[in-house]
Design a protein around this ligand. Sequence first.
Ligand code: TPP
Ligand code: SF4
Ligand code: MG
Length: 289
Amino acid sequence: MSIRIPEDEKPDHPYTPTTFTGRKFGTVVSFFCSGCGYGAIAQMLCRIYEDNKLDMNKYPIVNGVGCYTMIPLILPGKTFMCLHGRGPAVATGIKMAHPEMKPISIQGDGDALSIGTNHFIHAARRNVDMVLLLLHNKVYGMTGGQLAPTMPEEWKASTAPYGFKEYTIDAVKLALTAGATYVARWTTAHPRQFMKSMTKALIEHKGFALVEIVSQCPTYFGRRNDMGDPVELFNWIKDNSININKAKTMSEKELLDKIIIGEFHEERKPTLSERYMEIIDSLDKEKKK
Ligand SMILES: Cc1ncc(C[n+]2csc(CCOP(=O)(O)OP(=O)(O)O)c2C)c(N)n1
Ligand code: SF4
Ligand SMILES: [Mg+2]
């Protein structure tokens, strides 16, 4: 599906001939199924870049493999495509070689929480100055709707036709335990809050930032679980989101299948590249003696 850019669209909007898709097709192209949350996420990222006039050479995107991999194709800037699950390791390398850069590792929940969980944990533990943008749609969208470990218990996926019989992973808890210094979770139904957190993670925060966004996959998660049309799935996400402060007053039973949203943690501590710079500075001083 392709849509012509309206004449009165913001002239410097990133969906223009200067972006990959603009250059390639001269149009805005959607690579996603109708009603998928990923189009809205790409749009929100465009807005953040545009509103803050970010120099995209400073913010290289590292991509793994999933439906979400199409998001950077409609964004300006440099994109590095790497092996499924290994984005944080590649982002760590970029940051260490180019301390002036701030890599963004975009990962699906299959990417970050199945095959690549170890890379997620160690990037957080090292406090690499990067952003891990985690796209949580509860499935492996690209390969046919197999369950991701974010799948709620008893819900269905193509690999769990009788319901998921394991315990669900919580990326926020994992990031906090591993040592992430900024942690937030929002949904596609909370665009302003998401954009605020993402802007903070990109511009103000120094250190490892996890920004998770729960997004609707109507094609696999929605259909398999009889969630109705994409709007109904979107509304389900919205209606089941509970702010962290309210969640503190609720029981485990009341929180079953709820999506806890908000800013969970923020702290400043030396990043991996800052600590290595200390060594370089002290060696330089030694040499000058
Ligand atoms: C090393 C490796 N293992 C497995 C695959 C197959 N594969 C491609 S995408 C994918 C899952 C993607 O799911 P997710 O990361 O949640 O992204 P989504 O499609 O949901 O956006 C898998 C298993 C691969 N490309 N590379
Ligand atoms: S399969 Fe799901 S995640 Fe992938 S593009 Fe379609 S709706 Fe989006
Ligand atoms: Mg996924």
